[in-house]
Design a protein around this ligand. Structure first.
Ligand SMILES: [Zn+2]
Length: 149
């Protein structure tokens, strides 16, 4: 008789442990919901009491977020530099004689007009003739009066 009682007690214990194992996530979730509810209520009461501080804090966070998100500082610097740069470039281009009529050709299937070398990435065009980088430099030398002046 005592054996039957023991085995029944063991089975009851196992069943109760299994039920506990099955429902513990729900118990934990209920506890979590309760704690979250308490935290939200506490936050709401704090915000209601210190709403000016809260609004200024949120505005500060939003301002920092906007600065980082849209890179306002770098954009402001780029704007300043873009305003400062074009004048310097214009002066330089006008200083070089004939440099505006030569344009850079990003083509690879052409040959140099002077040395008949196959043109690579660096090719130049003048009067619808194509030159390599070195011949372009030779061409440009007579135009630049560096020794005469
Ligand atoms: Zn050449």
């Amino acid at each position: 008789m005592s054996d039957d009682n023991d085995s029944g007690g063991i089975i009851g214990t196992i069943i109760s442990v299994l039920i506990l194992a099955a429902i513990w996530p729900y118990l934990l979730a209920l506890l979590g919901i309760y704690i979250a509810n308490m935290v939200v209520l506490a936050m709401l009461t704090w915000i209601a009491e210190n709403w000016i501080l809260t609004i200024s804090f949120i505005a500060g966070i939003l301002a920092i977020y906007c600065i980082f998100k849209y890179k306002l500082i770098s954009k402001a610097w780029k704007y300043v530099f873009a305003k400062a740069q074009p004048n310097a470039i214009e002066v330089r281009l006008n200083d070089l004689p004939g440099s505006t009529e030569r344009k850079f050709i990003p083509s690879t299937n052409l040959y140099c007009y002077w040395c008949t070398k196959k043109l690579g990435i660096k090719a130049w065009e003048k009067d619808s003739k194509y030159y390599c980088q070195s011949c372009q430099e030779k061409l440009q030398k007579p135009n630049v009066p560096s020794h005469s002046r």
